[in-house]
Design a protein around this ligand. Sequence first.
Ligand code: HEM
Length: 450
Amino acid sequence: MTTSTTFQGSNPPGPTGLASIAALHQLRQNPIRTMSALARTYGDMVHIGLGHYRVYLLNHPDLLHEMLVRQADIMHKPRSLSRPIAEFLGNGLLVSHGDYWQQQRRIIQPAFHHRYLAHYSRVMVGCILQHIDTWQPGSVYDVDHEFMKITLRMVTRALFDSEITENGDDIAEAVKILQRISYGQGQDPLEIPTWVPLPQHRSKQQAIRLLDDVVMRIIRAGRANQADGDHLLAMLLTAITEEGVPLTDAQIRDEVMTVLLAGHESTANAIGWMWYLVAQHQDVAAQLRGELEQVLGSRPPTADDLRMLPYTAMIVKEALRLFPPAWALPRETIQDTQIGGYAVRKGSLLFGVPFTIQRDPRYFDHPDEFRPERFAGNAERLLPRHVYLPFGSGPRFCIGNSFALLAMQLSLAVIHQRYHLELVSDHPVELDPLLTLRPRHGIHMRVCPV
Ligand code: HEM
């Protein structure tokens, strides 16, 4: 439901005049640090205005409820940020809107039903084991890159019944290029047309061509198997829309590309950050080992085992609190409205920021510390609504959240049964908040057999 507006209220607190220009510049340079500093200075709702350009930062769970749930129907993914992404995702689920989005969500949702989780977990364990079998004990790997390849294989095998193993390195590289260039384009007020022959446009087109080729191979293989089987690709190939017609090739391509990228990239990020945390906390690593030995011994876990591995789940949740891959949730208002008692005009940009809310001392004691025990028992359910939202909320809630949680728990368990991952101390680990929260220089770790 939309609140009516009168537009008599002033703006929420925030920098004005030259300070707003500086703030917008700093938001581009270092968004997380700037958003956290602005929240500390100005509070739960920050306004930055420059002429007609209006940005609001929402740092309170009630405001996130407004944006993601109560007024979801008038909050679109911002055009400026979606445009560069749509160049490769087309009109897939992540960027589509309205009735079309709803139809596509209905078609895709069944692939994430919990009845498939046992099957997905078998596929995932196979992918992890197959990959870590290639690790040389004692060697150093960029685990960010390694987990990209593992989760890519998980998504393609589990959801598309397909194998694309030979060019995992190229795909991971292409995704990195797309992230960096698209994020930069989303920030650029100039909106330079893509036909202008800039080096970054050429790199982007090259990366898109590579991914397109992968997606088309997946779809062709699915068609050749006559869409046999119970997986997302088969669902897309046999879907009938509300008009009673099959999806077009372009529609199938867009959804496969969206799930392929959204599915593997955020999950790999989350797993990388989780291992980064575990490697720095010997006590956590030891308690995890105890749980795994007691419940599993040396056999690999199944989906049924996960209920008996509460500490593993607590580590996963705590890692997602400290390093939420979707560190900011952007929206654009498509009509005038009111939020937090303030008038907000059509075309304003809103950012809900899970990264700051999930580290807010009002909701989490010692918020910057890694303490899996804060998620013991039913602690998550007792948290105030929308202070912990790594998968978003409302109608656009992550469609793959149980798939992602499964992948994270299984990666933690299977790898920890065999290896102790040791952080390489002379390699920097820095946040790189792009479309997702990536490690700027990767995360270098030595894999030591237990
Ligand atoms: C740890 C891993 C993941 C995280 C943290 C994550 C987070 C999110 C968040 C926060 C959103 C909502 C974005 C918004 O409201 O603006 C979202 C949407 C989405 N996610 Fe995930 N995600 C993860 C894994 C996955 C996986 C495994 C898949 C698929 C296999 C997936 C597919 C999608 C799709 C298609 C959407 C768009 C849904 C829609 O708008 O209807 N994600 N994700």
